[in-house]
Design a protein around this ligand. Structure first.
Ligand SMILES: [Zn+2]
Length: 162
């Protein structure tokens, strides 16, 4: 059986939740990721649930949950509306987001039929990174601390460290 068909059947028959039809793009995506979780290497054929895809990553349920709960934990230490973790390589990056509306932002103006259109969006920025959970949390705390101090204080600290 061709790999393509094998993946399609697996989606139909083996996953616990209700069967969903998988698109060809999704199948190509899975094949591109060698049919396994990018984080722990678990094969999609061994998973009991659909793999999650995010930031061009294929993740098993466990890894996805782990990153989600870690992102939630980081949210305790930093002021933001949303938080997610991207793991493009071995290192994790915390991306925080703020709910915004274009009406408050003069730099993004969308005009359609001579009328200004406003919409909600999430402004995201990368604020912390780490190879381990502890490092990431430390880095998050440090970011929030730096948000609370002035540049003068920051430079004073830097010179004191030397
Ligand atoms: Zn995994």
């Amino acid at each position: 059986m061709k790999l393509h068909e094998k993946i399609k059947n697996h989606y139909k028959e083996k996953y616990a939740s209700s069967p969903i039809e998988i698109s060809n793009e999704e199948i190509d995506f899975i094949i591109k990721h060698e049919c396994k979780c990018d984080n722990c290497g678990k094969s999609i054929f061994e998973m009991e649930n659909y793999p999650e895809t995010r930031d061009d990553k294929l993740l098993c349920d466990d890894c996805y949950d782990e990153l989600c709960s870690l992102a939630k934990e980081c949210m305790k230490y930093v002021k933001c509306d949303t938080a997610r973790i991207s793991k493009p390589c071995d290192k994790m990056f915390l991306i925080i987001g703020f709910n915004r509306n274009t009406k408050d932002d003069e730099s993004t103006i969308t005009i359609k039929n001579n009328q200004r259109i406003d919409y909600d969006y999430v402004q995201e920025l990368v604020v912390a990174s780490g190879y381990t959970k502890e490092e990431l949390i430390e880095s998050t705390k440090e970011y929030q601390r730096l948000c609370g101090i002035t540049w003068e204080q920051y430079f004073k600290e830097l010179t004191q460290k030397k």
